[in-house]
Design a protein around this ligand. Structure first.
Ligand code: NAD
Length: 497
């Protein structure tokens, strides 16, 4: 029988009693590798409740103890790094190297969470008025919720629950129903690291489960990563229910190539950044903007892309894997067709991609368009496939204006050897993550990850540096100290029974 993915409730792996199951498939073969449940209303309620009960003890747990849990977890994740990456590869189709990167980026966040003591220190100031001192402390919120997408099933859950739990909260994770095996492995290792029961719950399902968590009276903070349409729903519903919400959404990332850019660097970097991970990355470069005579590089980029071929996760020659499911593949093919119909030049067409030995895989070959205009759907929308589109402009000002007028603002990069051009770009561009001669400015836990416009909804970017602010409340205390008591020899110590 196919494996049935359990729920994690109050420290126990339990089988759902639901009648609704969703198949988890290997995207290279369509073989069903597991069935994931859509948890029942009662199961979700149980998960929230057990997190609520666990919070009462966990919030009083000394910070050193919380940090040591993260240290043990980090060590276990490192020990099991390759094994987690293999589970991840098999359910997402990502190449093994790519899967290892996914796990590693998550481990870095757990390392960051182990610094929770220094990260969550308050502030203090003496004599804000005569003999009055003021100080602030941070306190956890309660049961925090995380809803995660399919494309980074290790990194993105690890963006969320380690920081929230290190801050003293408890957590309910609702991972993507398309690749739940990796997050379950992360959860098992968290229990193995010694997490007290109830700290982390994992419930599975789709819209109904998410909506129950979003509207539940006992879930004050919601973290989401996924597509724009769902992010907008999450943000609206969550804030309507008076919760704090951070919703990371879609992207259309531009790379600007200046005429003075190092040619080899551009060609080498754009290949991995555009079609790597089959374009299923929120930081993928999907638009190349050639400024002035740099347009001469278009043919070279096309030639380099044409040498990349997709393949199975354990094929060391494969440049990337399949699309996550047949619908995702059909959506990408549809965009390619629309681009052609709209009059763009399809100079490399991966629509009819075949991978030997895997006739049923969701393959799309590297695809590239030139002569794209801003009104075309291939420019307007996130394709999330191995498709690079190119636009040509005359000046850096034109490139900056183009990017600033795009509805998305997740990542962008510029390739140039001019310090002045790089400075102008970084200063004027209205996008969260900016690369200078770096194609994918990967978010790091010690910085804030900052999508602009449609790429982020919320007011605190709670992956990275500001995570503590998102997952805690700040309390400011103003205290007056009476010296008279000391002068009079009054014993001011309070004895607690
Ligand atoms: P998705 O929006 O389809 O799903 C994300 C999560 O939302 C899943 O857990 C899913 O079960 C749930 N969900 C789906 N439909 C829902 C609905 N109607 N109501 C409530 N919940 C719902 O996203 P995906 O396809 O899994 O992931 C790809 C998307 O994520 C892309 O748009 C990509 O750009 C984006 N992404 C963004 C970032 C970022 O940091 N900005 C990072 C990774 C991925």
């Amino acid at each position: 029988m196919t494996q049935q993915v359990p729920l994690l409730i109050n420290g126990k792996l339990v089988q759902s009693i639901t009648e609704h199951w969703i198949p988890v498939t290997n995207p290279a073969t369509q073989a069903v590798i597991a069935q994931v449940p859509c948890a029942t209303t009662e199961e979700v309620e149980l998960a929230v409740n057990s997190a609520k009960v666990a919070f009462e003890t966990w919030k009083e747990t000394p910070v050193g103890e919380r940090a040591r849990l993260m240290l043990r977890y980090q060590a276990l994740l490192k020990e099991n790094h390759d094994q987690i990456a293999e589970v991840l590869s098999k359910e997402t189709g990502k190449t093994f190297e790519d899967a290892k990167g996914d796990v590693w980026r998550g481990i870095e966040v757990v390392e960051h969470a182990a610094n929770i003591a220094s990260l969550s220190m308050g502030e203090a100031l003496e004599n804000v008025a005569h003999k009055i001192d003021c100080y602030s402390i941070t306190q956890p919120l309660g049961v925090c919720v995380g809803i995660t997408p399919f494309n980074f099933p290790a990194m993105i859950p690890l963006w969320m629950f380690p920081m929230a739990i290190a801050c003293g909260n408890t957590f309910v994770l609702k991972p993507s129903e398309q690749d739940p095996l990796t997050p379950m492995r992360l959860a098992e290792l968290f229990q193995e690291a010694g997490a007290p029961d109830g700290l982390l719950q994992v419930v599975h399902g789709s819209k109904e489960v998410v909506d129950q968590l979003l509207t539940h009276p006992d879930t004050p903070a919601i973290s989401f990563v996924g597509s724009v349409a769902v992010a907008e729903h999450i943000y609206r519903t969550g804030t309507d229910h008076m919760k704090r919400v951070q919703a990371f959404a879609g992207a259309k990332n531009h790379m600007v190539i200046m005429p003075d850019a190092a040619k080899k660097q551009v060609v080498n970097n754009i290949v991995g950044a555009s079609v790597g991970a089959a374009g299923q990355r929120c930081m993928a470069i999907s638009v190349a903007v050639f400024v002035g005579r740099s347009r001469e590089l278009i043919t070279e980029v096309r030639d380099a892309l044409s040498k990349v071929r997709p393949g199975a996760w354990n094929d060391p020659e494969a440049g990337y894997g399949p699309q996550i499911n047949p619908q995702a593949k059909a959506r990408v093919l549809n965009f390619i067709q629309e681009g052609k119909n709209d009059g763009a030049d399809c100079i490399l067409d991966g629509s009819d991609c075949v991978v030997e030995g895997y006739p049923h895989g969701n393959w799309v070959g590297p695809t590239m368009f030139s002569r794209v205009t801003r009104d075309m759907s291939i420019y307007q929308q996130e394709i999330f496939g191995p498709v690079l589109i190119t636009l040509e402009v005359d000046t850096i000002e034109d490139a900056i204006q183009l990017i600033n007028e795009n509805p998305y603002g997740n990542g962008t990069s510029i390739f140039t050897s001019s310090g002045a051009a790089a400075r102008k770009f970084q200063h004027e561009i209205k996008v969260g993550q900016v690369g200078i001669n770096v194609p994918v400015p990967v978010p790091l836990p010690m910085f804030s990850f900052t999508g602009w416009r449609k790429s982020f909804y919320g007011d605190q970017h709670a992956y990275g540096k500001q995570a503590v602010k998102f997952y805690t409340e700040t309390k400011t205390i103003t205290a007056r100290w009476f010296e008279d008591d000391i002068d009079n020899g009054v014993n001011t110590t309070i004895h607690l029974k």
